[in-house]
Design a protein around this ligand. Structure first.
Ligand code: NAD
Length: 449
């Protein structure tokens, strides 16, 4: 992995002074999750007038947090939760928004702002929808104003989803925690009251069997590591040519390896057979394997175009068909959870990546259309990473890389672990109310924002 030496430099006293004097970006080292570490460092301020504020405060107390309901000038906050669930017209935003502004400077490093509001699409009333959409604009802009590794994100509640629904509580915990270090300016839709709080928040995937494709290196290896840390048994899948790397990854996690090209027509059946023989079941699938064959469209040949489509999306469609057909057969557990890797290129487009962006936009379409087909409370979601520090991005020319990694609100690239944390959250029961969605892990990248 390439090291971000600029971030290291500006976190030294001399470098910090220089960066400040020259008006250069000042990325900070982000707080990241470690099992047993406090959920939030410092107290949590909960503001807003609707029923969600009371429910959130109650939940935070239950988690042992130091909760404040009224701002005080001397307080330093680790997080601020602003509930806007009762807004009926844009004028209603004022009191909570301004209260939020009055305490913005009291938020500590890697602090969190989480807004909570109801789905704008859930109402036909123009004033109510306007007010709810207003919270989106406020949250996105506030994310751009955050400093010192702090983030702002929102939770969007479906019309009939109460603020205490397991999915709302799960999203709240994820966004408050250091697991969401590189997620900013984003919204987690909680569209159903499904899901459940894990027995142990540090091991939410205990007892689950999780298939991770492309697990031999990069983001896939990080996903395997984080799902294992969170309690899952890992089945790592990768091409035979990557067999050595795959064995290293899964052996270190006491998992099992399956050498397989996921474009094989029987890839889904072979994964099912492996899970049946070695583990007796399958609970989680992470479609991570992906390739790039970058060229301007005018220079693209059929092999470059077709291989990217075949690996990045056609394989996933075919494997999902096999998994869905097998659901409830005794191997695929009811309530199967699928997470799929998209990319911000699939949202914003990127010169030289027509094939890749087509495949990643296709992933976003695929998860939204597959969500209603999931049975037994199963879910399917996508994660769209932005600039992540991997072997792939380390190979970019120096200047392109330096510019690309600063083009987000946190002024740095994310780490594979940041993508892995988002995947682990989405495949857990705590995200059971969210399906068909795409969560960006991009530090609020400017691309497609
Ligand atoms: P990587 O190239 O380092 O790893 C991809 C893995 O997938 C490799 O181990 C490779 O052998 C495996 N793979 C490729 N084709 C396969 C096939 N046909 N069958 C089985 N395995 C196969 O890539 P990465 O950077 O770790 O990216 C992982 C995922 O994240 C990809 O889907 C990628 O598009 C996506 N992504 C990455 C970034 C980034 O900044 N690195 C950004 C956005 C999205």
């Amino acid at each position: 992995m390439s090291t971000d030496s600029y971030t290291a430099l500006v976190n030294q006293p001399l470098g910090r002074t220089l960066a400040k004097a020259l008006g250069l970006p000042q990325p900070v080292t982000l707080r990241r999750h470690a099992p047993g570490a406090p959920l939030v460092e410092g107290s949590v301020l909960v503001i807003g007038g609707g029923p969600a504020a009371d429910r959130v405060a109650e939940q935070l107390l239950d988690w042992g947090q130091d909760v404040r309901r009224h701002p005080a000038a001397q307080d330093r906050y680790g997080a601020i939760v602003a509930a806007f669930d009762d807004v009926g017209t844009p004028a209603d935003l004022s009191s909570t928004a301004l209260q939020l502004g009055s305490v913005q400077r009291q938020l500590g490093p890697s602090g969190r702002v989480v807004t909570l509001f109801k789905d704008p699409a859930g109402t036909p009333d123009p004033a109510v929808r306007a007010a709810r959409k207003g919270v989106e604009g406020l949250t996105r802009s506030l994310a751009h104003e955050m400093r010192q590794g702090a983030t702002a994100n929102g939770i969007v509640l479906g019309e009939d989803v109460p603020p205490g629904a397991p999915g709302a509580i799960g999203a709240l915990r994820f966004l408050l925690s250091a697991r969401s270090a590189f997620v900013s300016g984003q919204f987690i839709p909680v569209s159903s009251a499904d899901g459940a709080a894990p027995r142990d928040w540090d091991r939410p995937l205990a007892g689950r069997i999780a298939v991770v494709t492309g697990a031999a290196r990069g983001i896939g290896a990080a996903i395997a590591g984080i799902l294992h840390r969170d309690g899952a048994t890992i089945v790592g899948v990768d091409v035979p040519a990557a067999g050595e790397g795959l064995a290293d990854v899964v052996n270190a996690l006491s998992g099992s390896a399956l050498q397989l090209d996921i474009t094989a027509p029987d890839a889904g059946e072979r994964i099912l057979a492996h899970c049946r023989e070695r583990h007796g079941r399958l609970d989680i699938v992470v479609h991570n394997a992906g390739i790039t064959r970058d060229r301007k469209l005018a220079n693209m040949d059929a092999a470059q175009w077709d291989s990217v489509i075949a690996v990045n999306i056609e394989s996933q469609l075919a494997m999902n068909r096999a998994f869905l057909a097998a659901t409830g057969d005794g191997v695929v557990a009811p309530g199967l959870r699928i997470a799929s890797l998209a990319s911000t290129s699939g949202i914003a487009g990127n010169a030289g990546q027509t094939n890749y962006a087509a495949s990643k936009a296709a992933v976003i379409g695929m998860v939204s259309a597959t969500a209603p087909l999931m049975t037994g409370g199963g879910t399917i979601n996508a994660v769209a990473p932005g600039f992540i520090e991997t072997e792939m991005t380390a190979r970019m020319p120096f200047l392109t890389r330096e510019v690309a990694r600063r083009m987000n609100s946190l002024s740095q690239g994310g780490r594979p672990v940041d993508v892995a944390e988002a995947v682990s959250f989405l495949v857990s029961d705590a995200a059971g109310g969210t399906s068909g969605a795409t969560l960006r892990v991009c530090g609020q990248g400017i691309m497609g924002a």
